[in-house]
Design a protein around this ligand. Sequence first.
Ligand code: C2O
Ligand code: CU
Ligand code: CU
Length: 504
Amino acid sequence: MKNRKSIVIIVLTLVLISVLLVGRWLRVFDLDVLRNHRNAFESELPDSSVESSALFIPELIDMTHNNSEFEITVDETEFEFFPGYKAQVKSYNEQGYLGKTMRLKRGNTFYPSVTNNLDEITTIHWHGLEVAGESDGAMGSVAIVNPGETKTYELSVDQQASTIWYHPHAKGFTASQAYEGLAGLIIIEDEYSNDLNLPSDYGVNDLPIVLQAKLFEAEGNLNYGNENTEQSFENGDNSLFNGLLNFEDETGENSETTDGFVIMTNGAYRPYVTVANEVIRLRTLNGSNHGIMDISASDDTKLHIIATDGGFLEAPSEQEQFEIAAGQRFEVLLDLTDKEIGETVDVIANNQVVLTVVVSEESNWSTALPNGLVAISPFEEYNEQKTTHTYALGRNTINGKQMDMMRIDETFVKDEIYYFEVTNEDDENHSFHIHNSQFLVVELNGELIDYKSSGWKDTIYLRPGESMKLQVKFRFTGDYMYHCHILIHEEKGMMGTFRVVDEE
Ligand code: C2O
Ligand code: CU
Ligand code: CU
C-alpha cells in the first residue's frame, strides 16, 4: 500500500516537472505575424493560433546490410500541417508526409522497390547518388512507374558518406509531387564516417531537417501558386504538365525569394526538439520547389558546417550563416555543451524560426567539435585546365534548348575528367544539378576558388550573370540529365540529357 502511494507521488511529480519544462516551449504562435507580411505572396494560414509541435522524425530504415531490400509505396495521404486542418498530400509508405529515412553503406547493393498507388505516373530519383543510368529513376520510359505498377531499382552504393535524398522525377509530375510531400532523406555511411566521433544517434543528436517553403490556403490545404501565370511551353509537352506552382514576383518566376512563404520543417510549422547539452548534428535539406534559404541560429550560436551535398569538408567550417538552395544539403553541428538545461536556440531560415532546439537534459556523452574530417581529393590538381563544356542558363532553357528525352545532348566517357562552365545568362536566378555526379567548383566568375572549403556538390545556384567552373567526373554509365532544380523551370524544359559510355 505504502509502496503504491509513493509510486503515485513520484509519477505525479515527474508529470508536473515535464509539464512545466515542456510548457515553456509549447508557445502559442500568432500566425497574424505571417499573414501581415506585405510581400508578393502571402500564405494564408488556418484562422487560428497554432501550438508548436515536436519535430517529426521520419522512421530510420537501416539498409546497411548487403543486398537489403525495401518496399516503398507512393500514396495519397491526408496530413495536418497545422493541427486540426487537414490537407490532401502525398507521401511514401503512407507516412502522412515525406518518406522514411534510409541508411545505406558504401560497398553494399541495395534493392528498393517502388509501388505506385497514385492514379498518375511517378518515378523515384536518388538525388546525389552515383548509380547506373537504369536505376537513376529519371530518364526515358524505363524510369516511369505507372499507376498500380511496382519497379525495383538496383543501387550499388560506391561513394562517400553523405546525406542525399530521393524524390519523384516523372516529367510533368515532378514539381507537383515534390510539392505535395514526396521526398525523403538517405544517409550514406562509409568506412570513415563512424570513426569521426560525430553525433550519429538518429533522431536524438543526429536530426533530419527537411526545410520546405510552402503556401497554404486558409482551410489548411497547400496553395499551388498563381493561376494567372501564363503557361506556354515552346517545345514541352503541355498535356503532361500537371499543377500550377508558378510563383512569380519581381525577382522572376519561382526565383530566389521565399518571402511570404511559410517554411515548414519536416512538415511542421516552427517545431521544437529536445536535446542534451552536447554537440548536435542537423542534416539540412532545402526540399523546396524553388528558392534559396539563408540559415542562421539565434544568440550568436555558431554553425559548424561539416558536410555539403556529396560528403564531408576537411574540417568543420564555422559560420554565422550559410545559404542553401533548393536541392542542396548541408550537415551542420551546433555546439550546445555550454548551455544550461532549459536554454533554447532557434534555427532561422530567411528570418523565420524553423526549429527551436531545447536543451532539456545533461549529456552523458562527451562530445566536442571534431578538428579534422575527411580529405577532399580533387580528380586531378586544378591548374586552370581548359573548359570542355559550356552551359548557358536562359529562361527555361539550357544552351538555348529545351528538354527532349529523345535527344542526347552530350556523351561523356566514364572516369574522364571534364570542366564544365555554367553561366547564368538570364536575369533571374537558376540552379544547375547534374545527375550521377558529385563535383567540385573550381572557379567563380573566372576567379579561382577554394574548392576544399566549398566542398562536394551536386547542385549549384547562380544569380544573374554569375558563372562557375566545375571539375566533373562520371563513374557510372547510362543515360542521365542535368537541369535547373527550380522544379517549375525543370518542368518547363530547363534540362539537358547526357550519356556516359565506357569508351569512346
Ligand atoms: Cu533532385 Cu534531377 O533531381
Ligand atoms: Cu538528381
Ligand atoms: Cu531555373
